[in-house]
Design a protein around this ligand. Structure first.
Ligand code: ATP
Length: 335
């Protein structure tokens, strides 16, 4: 089956085609989705929802056309990011997906964006039942599978991890996105004390980000603040990931989300997993940040499990939580 995936929850207007044989699924390396992405770049500040939606309106038709031109054969279903994400962007993507599914007369599949971040890692690793750390722009949580759903084992009590980092970089006047700039600056930095806030399985970034801004305003070199931000935030995420592995008894960890592109975060998680005899997998960066490949991959699995949506039940949901999704596709997976 060939599935067209469409992603547009925030900044990435993206389309992908994925060829999937449920009886004999090929590894991603041998059978990668064809992906085309057009990124929204704010002129100043962070992501403006109205501007991002305008970008989706212009870029989504072009990226769809581009992946259709680059591939051959009929499309068997249209899968789209149904949420979570920015409402104005999701509505554009939902409208495009419904119109295309109607025109092509194929089923529509509504994909939870955060479950897609997890599933692309599970697919790439060939893992059976991993814990997943989703470290993305607007989210930060640990997911683990239990009794037909991905349960939220721990999560941020305030902002997403990437958004927290981007708030600091906006404060120092750097352009969006801030994560890669913090990673670069941290290479020249030394540790300074910042608040470390983990409460059981949950964690918080807001006090930490205020302290980072205050330290910068008080004259601490920006490289040192960036280094300390990375060490503190990623140690918090690593601690909670380890606790999630310990609580569930799982011995596989996958990473999802754009902050997962950071080499220091991957190093800390890999070290923690090696120390406890667990396996760690971080997908290639093009599958970590927002991309339609992950929507097409999970969309194909959902289609194979019969998880299609009637048009009149396909409303988008900006607050769509991963634990609302009944995970029906794992039962029929070829092992
Ligand atoms: P979500 O998936 O929750 O909807 P999102 O749409 O913002 O989040 P992602 O593509 O998952 O998008 O992540 C984008 C975030 O990743 C931005 O906040 C960006 O600063 C951050 N990021 C990108 N590269 C790096 C890096 N090398 N180090 C740290 N953070 C990074």
């Amino acid at each position: 089956m060939r599935v067209l995936g469409i992603e547009g929850t925030a900044w990435a207007a993206s389309a992908a085609i994925f060829e999937y044989d449920p009886d004999d699924p090929a590894p991603l390396d041998a059978n990668p989705p064809v992906i085309e992405t057009d990124a929204y770049q704010p002129e100043s500040g962070g992501i403006h929802p109205r501007e991002a939606a305008e970008h989706m309106g212009e870029a989504i038709p072009a990226v769809i056309e581009s992946v259709l031109d680059a591939t051959d054969g009929p499309v068997d279903a249209v899968a789209f990011s149904r949420g979570p994400g920015l409402g104005p962007c999701l509505r554009i993507v939902g409208t495009a997906a419904r119109a295309l599914a109607g025109t092509l007369d194929v089923p529509l599949v509504g994909v939870n964006h955060m479950v897609a971040h997890l599933e692309i890692g599970r697919y790439g690793a060939g893992f059976d039942s991993p814990v997943c750390l989703n470290a993305s722009g607007a989210n930060a949580h640990l997911l683990g599978y239990h009794d037909g759903r991905y349960r939220v084992l721990g999560e941020t009590m305030d902002t997403g991890v990437g958004n927290a980092i981007d708030k600091f970089t906006r404060h120092v006047g750097w352009s969006h996105p801030g994560g890669p700039k913090v990673e670069d600056a941290a290479k020249e930095g030394e540790y300074v004390d910042l608040p470390y806030v983990v409460k059981g399985m949950d964690f918080s970034f807001s006090g930490l980000m205020s302290a980072a801004k205050d330290a910068y305003d008080a004259g601490t070199p920006v490289e040192d603040v960036c280094f300390a931000l990375q060490e503190t935030i990623f140690a918090m995420l690593t601690e909670v990931s380890e606790r999630a592995l310990s609580l569930t008894g799982a011995d596989e960890l996958v990473l999802g989300g754009g902050v997962g592109q950071n080499a220091r975060l991957r190093e800390m998680l890999a070290t923690m997993c090696a120390d406890r005899g667990a396996q760690f997998y971080a997908p290639d960066p093009r599958y970590l940040r927002d991309n339609a490949g992950m929507i097409a991959v999970l969309g194909a699995k959902m289609l194979a499990a019969g998880e299609t949506l009637a048009i009149d039940e396909s409303a988008v949901d900006p607050n769509f939580r991963p634990d609302e999704v009944a995970v029906t596709w794992r039962a029929g997976e070829a092992s």
